[in-house]
Design a protein around this ligand. Structure first.
Ligand SMILES: Cc1cc2nc3c(=O)[nH]c(=O)nc-3n(C[C@H](O)[C@H](O)[C@H](O)COP(=O)(O)OP(=O)(O)OC[C@H]3O[C@@H](n4cnc5c(N)ncnc54)[C@H](O)[C@@H]3O)c2cc1C
Length: 643
């Protein structure tokens, strides 16, 4: 019998020894009076492994065999509602029987109290079989978790002294989702606003009784035929273009139920489905356009806090997409590897031809690097979120304990923040590359629909687009990296010194190699900062000298002053991935010698790549930036010429 968890040694490494379970189990099982609490960390991990084993078998035996039929038939809009392929309905019936929707929710809300990390690993396992079924599944439990997290954050969840949730604001909605009767979705994108959220125009308005209503058009909403929509809308209308409310500060988050059902189960839509997109891939996942027309809504938190709430949703969603990408890479790699082991060419199987062997080894190495990033990011994000909840609720904490927890929380949050854009960026780019390689390794067969490789490629292409494009992830990673250096320049100089010292004197040759990558990465960061500061100085040349200090220290315009860093943001991000994975694998190799081989493969791949990227960053870009500046100056002069 197939099992997509059991047949994956790398995931099993993490479950069996690569994760520091004790703190995660302790905080997940923090309720003192829970009769169903696991007796020990070991017992808890054994339970988590049972869940992964169950999901692994379900995915291999039920999900994978239906993927092609779901892809062929796809979802469609019929009489104003989405009709799903029969095979997709069958799968969701079985998922309901397995009780998977409430997996991570606390037991008192009908869940199994399993860590989010296990949920993310399940996401990978499911993504390996079919990303569109996996995506729809994630809009069930994931949205119920968001309802709970938002209610806790806004202070509408009540918890007793033992840590048990007594009541939470959207308890009935959560129960519906756990039963599999409803699901939710995340409505951000509009026709004129995708990456640039400051351009969002849907509005939230309040009547005299205090009831909120949402009006506006939302597009590209995954699983948008679901009942509960988290909608981001503008509550403060922009005045002048320099009005702070014109941008992200004027946005609020709402929870909007989009239909009701009567006792006979007939659905009455409050928000009609305007369209279901016809797409290149993800055929089992409905991508909907909706028209909100004064739809009654619950305001989440306070008005103007929408962006803050959205970031919470997005952090988890980006990690989720990262794991989805790993699943797709794993599918592409296995399909290609198995085909290459059978197909004969010029006297041997093609996996013994040098170039193909090289492709396959690189794919396997990328996947292990990505999984190291994913597990690290998910672990720290979950620890940060759960410690924050403990700080919010636990009245038994002393002032000292509170201070210690604040520091620990901030450290975990920093780790998660570093890794999340790197995982989303690299996972998405690799998903496309691996799928394309799977097609290539299949030759002509890869271009037909029979072998499954072309489906992987069609499904992969959207990954660098949704949940924040690759370019937006790169800008975020660059901004955080440069921002951290500017905040603590002495710390940065110290890090350079330490990395240089390790690169020369560390006893372990692998540690020296990792330190060399760190030196290269820090050198690139230094170059970007020096260039940015240099450009800023140049822009001050025409100003009176008396203004220099004030203008240099204060008047930074991110769009103008960071042009050089923005130009190279993606290259920097690739270096940051190479460096971060090398550090994570080194840490694993120190604890578990069998991981040295993985680190060695990673370093062999990334050492020349980092050199090339560093060379590109330090030697290219001037001509293009000068050209862009000329074009901007011409555009700025245009209205004046017209006057
Ligand atoms: C299948 C699918 C499912 C989706 N699901 C959801 C969902 O559930 N909920 C939801 O709200 N949205 C969803 N989306 C929308 C998705 O998040 C957006 O498409 C994405 O954020 C990009 O926005 P855009 O399409 O408007 O492209 P644009 O923002 O117009 O970007 C076009 C290109 O310009 C680049 N670009 C933009 N700004 C910059 C910059 N400053 N620097 C460099 N490059 C830049 C982008 O990276 C991109 O390559 C989905 C989309 C698809 C295709």
């Amino acid at each position: 019998m197939g099992n997509y968890y059991k047949d994956n040694d790398d995931i099993r490494y993490y479950i069996e020894k690569g994760i520091d379970w004790a703190p995660l189990v302790a905080i997940t099982e923090r309720r003192s009076d829970d009769p169903d609490k696991h007796e020990s960390t070991k017992a808890a991990v054994a339970f988590y492994e049972d869940i992964l084993t169950m999901v692994g078998e379900f995915v291999a035996e039920e999900m994978a065999p239906r993927a092609a039929a779901i892809d062929r038939q796809g979802v469609e809009l019929v009489d104003g509602e989405v009709r799903s392929p029969r095979e997709l309905d069958e799968l969701f019936h079985k998922i309901r029987e397995l009780d998977l929707h409430g997996m991570c929710l606390p037991r008192e809300l009908g869940g199994m109290n399993v860590p989010l990390l296990i949920y993310f690993l399940n996401t990978e396992v499911m993504g390996r079989a079919d990303v569109s079924t996996m995506a729809h599944h994630s809009f069930h439990g994931g949205m119920a978790m968001a309802m709970l997290a938002f209610s806790i954050r806004e202070g509408t969840t009540e918890v007793d002294a033992s840590g048990k949730i007594v009541q939470t604001r959207w308890q009935d909605y959560i129960a519906e989702v756990v039963r599999g009767d409803a699901w939710g979705c995340m409505d951000i994108t509009e026709p004129d606003a995708g990456s640039d959220m400051a351009r969002l125009r849907a509005v939230g308005e309040q009547d005299a009784s205090g009831q909120w209503y949402v009006t506006g058009e939302k597009i590209f909403i995954t699983s948008g035929h679901g009942k509960y929509h988290f909608v981001i809308a503008r509550t403060e209308q922009p005045g002048q273009s320099d009005d702070p409310m014109a941008g992200l500060q004027g946005l609020s988050m709402f929870l909007v139920p989009t239909y009701t059902e009567d006792a006979q189960g007939n659905r009455h839509r409050i928000v009609p489905l305007a369209r279901v997109e016809e797409k290149m891939g993800h055929h089992g996942s409905a991508t909907c356009a909706l028209a909100f027309e004064r739809a009654p809504a619950d305001l989440v938190g306070k008005r103007g806090e929408g962006f803050k709430y959205m970031l919470v949703l997005m952090n988890n969603a980006r990690l989720g997409v990262g794991f989805e990408c790993i699943g797709l890479c794993e599918a592409a790699f296995r399909l290609a590897r198995d085909y290459a082991a059978e197909r004969q060419s010029m006297g041997k199987t093609i996996d013994r031809h040098e170039m193909i062997a090289d492709y396959l080894e690189e794919m396997a190495t990328d996947i292990q690097g990505l999984r190291a990033l994913g597990v690290h990011g998910a672990y720290h994000e979950e620890m940060a979120q759960k410690i924050r909840m403990q700080l919010d609720f636990d009245p038994r904490l002393s002032a000292d304990q509170r201070r210690h927890l604040e520091r620990t929380q901030s450290w975990h949050a920093g780790q998660a923040r570093r890794v999340t854009p790197l995982l989303k960026y690299y996972g998405a780019e690799k998903a496309v590359e691996h799928a394309r390689r799977a097609v290539q390794i299949h030759g002509g067969n890869g271009y037909t629909t029979e072998y499954g490789a072309e489906k992987l490629l069609r499904d992969a292409v959207v990954m660098p687009i949704y949940e924040g494009t690759s370019q937006i992830q790169s800008l975020m990673a660059m901004k955080d990296t440069i921002g951290a250096v500017m905040k603590d320049p002495q710390g940065f100089v110290r890090r350079i010194g330490q990395a240089r010292w390790r690169s020369l004197s560390a006893r372990d040759p692998l540690e020296r190699r990792v330190a060399k990558i760190q030196v290269a990465s820090l050198g690139v960061q230094q170059h970007l900062i020096a260039r940015t500061a240099g450009d800023k100085f140049k822009s001050l040349r025409d100003r009176p000298m008396g203004e220099w200090s004030e203008r240099f220290l204060k008047n930074w315009d991110p769009k103008r002053d960071f042009a050089f860093a923005m130009l190279h943001a993606e290259r920097l991000t690739r270096i940051l991935v190479d460096e971060c994975v090398a550090e994570l694998l080194l840490d694993q190799a120190r604890k578990h010698p069998e991981r040295r081989e993985v680190l060695e493969r990673w370093l062999d791949r990334v050492e020349p790549r980092v050199k090339l990227l560093a060379e590109e960053i330090t030697t290219t870009g001037q001509r293009l930036l000068a050209d862009l500046r000329r074009r901007q100056a011409a555009a700025d002069a245009e209205p004046m010429a017209a006057e």
